[in-house]
Design a protein around this ligand. Structure first.
Ligand code: CS2
Length: 481
């Protein structure tokens, strides 16, 4: 058997593979949700920042919220793992040393709460995906009817992300109150403002919390960020490749495209890494970047994923190179998003869209339509609602957006409920049970609260979606002949 990558075996790595000396790092960042995306994006950028600046304060305490798998992958490896880039311009594989320890909020929530309170920690960053925030889709605030959130508000050891974070802030306030920055890195518009609101709703629901609320208002900042790097789930063959390259077994390796982008609102309550030196763009207002990315990249991703799933196409790369699906993607970007988007200054929407399609076509990634197609109920509104409203308001038909929604509903209706990867799977199953007519399916699914904003669940849009559903059925039937 091959030895496992760890601090003890790291001296056997091919020279130049690891750029920072992990043993010399302090912990300045607690990260909630240390999945593949954090490892391929923020942790890699921080690793590079440490290497370039020599500032050793910024090691990361990585927290897994629920899955014990990450702990099994990274704890025996002392947090070390390999980042492999695939595609044109890929850098050599690199062992990332920035993650200094790995904690589990599921088994040791109190350790995580204590960690957030430590004064040498200046940043708590977050990647828990859209569904990990506990947002009440109707109010946009914290869903206090959710059992786990209600239990966290009531006291005891927290289990939700927002519970762990807020209890950590409470502990920090009680033990000195050093300022802190909370950095959401999920694909949600205004992600900083969203977390601020959720924390504030949590605090307001806890008795005698006025002083805590005041401290948070003055000493905790919530910068918004736009993050971008395509990171498919790691496959067994990827792990085998890494083992061959390193001569060591690495169960925590991650794979990503060469491209990466991080735009961060420069509003930090305390110190932060000088990550401009690793290509991070610091701005006053992230929102135009966020909407451009969500409405062009993520929306096109979803459109290709669901239409691809309907036609039995397994990967995004195959979907985007299918001329029929590519035409849908281009129509979405050019006819629906571009005319209704307030783009960041200097961004050419057409070439941004083209670059995105090129990145999707990367054949080395093997990013699956199934992976991108997961959690549709949490993603569609964020990715399409403004495009749909804007296009309708301009008197045009948002056909590609309607097609994406139709293809998602078709996916919901044709996937067994226990297989459907979506936090609303039970509610969606109840909605579609016994229905087969597209128009009925569309109305029933769109009536599930939170899927789309109320103004898009009645009126013209559902009719457009039903029509696209029929067209998609016809396309599927034609492709099976
Ligand atoms: C994708 C994103 O899975 C999805 O829904 O659209 O994860 C996408 O790959 C990233 O946002 C790229 O930065």
């Amino acid at each position: 058997v091959t030895d496992r990558l760890s601090l003890a075996t790291a001296d056997r790595l091919p020279s130049g593979t690891m750029r920072v000396d992990p043993s010399a790092l302090g912990i300045g960042i607690v990260h909630l949700g240390i999945g593949a995306f954090h490892r391929a994006h923020q942790a890699a950028i921080i690793d590079e920042t440490i290497a370039v600046t020599g500032d050793r304060r910024w090691g990361i305490s990585g927290v897994t919220m629920r899955s014990p798998r990450v702990l099994e992958q990274l704890a025996p490896q002392d947090g070390l793992y390999t980042l492999v880039e695939r595609g044109v311009g890929a850098a050599d594989p690199r062992v990332i040393g920035a993650v200094r320890d790995v904690l589990s909020a599921a088994t040791d929530p109190d350790v995580v709460v204590e960690r957030i309170a430590r004064p040498d920690v200046s940043i708590v960053s977050i990647t828990v995906t859209e569904k990990g925030y506990g947002i009440d889709a109707r109010s946009g605030g914290l869903d206090l009817t959710d059992e786990r959130i209600a239990a966290d508000v009531a006291g005891g050891s927290p289990t939700t992300m927002i519970g762990v974070l807020t209890r950590g802030l409470e502990r920090r306030f009680a033990t000195g109150g050093t300022p802190l920055s909370v950095l959401s890195c999920d694909n949600l518009p205004h992600n900083g403002a969203v977390v601020r609101r959720l924390v504030s709703d949590f605090v307001a629901a806890v008795p005698d919390s006025t002083a805590l609320a005041e401290w948070i208002a003055t000493s905790v900042s919530f910068p918004s960020t736009m993050v971008d790097r395509i990171t498919p789930a790691t496959k067994a063959t990827d792990l085998a490749d890494v083992e061959r390259l390193l001569g060591l077994e690495d169960r925590g390796a991650v794979v990503a495209e060469p491209f990466r982008q991080w735009v961060v609102e420069d509003d930090f309550a305390g110190p932060r890494p000088e990550w401009e030196r690793a290509g991070v763009v610091m701005v006053d207002d992230v929102s135009p970047w966020e909407s451009a990315k969500l409405r062009l990249l993520n929306a096109t991703h979803s459109l290709l994923a669901y239409t691809g799933l309907a036609l039995g196409v397994r990967t995004i790369a195959k979907a985007v190179t299918d001329p029929r699906l590519r035409a849908f993607a281009e129509r979405l970007q050019r006819a629906e998003v571009a005319p209704t988007l307030s783009a960041p200054d200097g961004l050419d929407v057409r070439s941004y869209g083209d670059t995105i399609l090129e990145r999707f076509a990367n054949p080395a990634l093997g990013h699956t339509t199934e992976q991108v197609g997961s959690d549709g109920s949490q993603k569609l509104s964020v990715r399409f609602a403004e495009t749909v409203s804007g296009t309708l308001a301009a008197g045009r038909e948002p056909r590609s957006s309607a097609l994406a929604v139709a293809a998602w509903i078709r996916h919901v209706a044709s996937t067994p409920p226990d297989v459907l990867a979506d936090p609303l799977a039970p509610r969606l199953r109840d909605a579609v049970a016994d229905l087969t007519e597209p128009a009925e399916l569309v109305r029933a699914v769109l009536a599930v609260p939170g899927v789309l904003p109320p103004e898009l669940t009645t009126g013209r849009f559902p009719d457009l979606v039903a029509r696209q559903y029929d067209e998609l059925d016809a396309l599927v039937a034609a492709s099976q002949e």
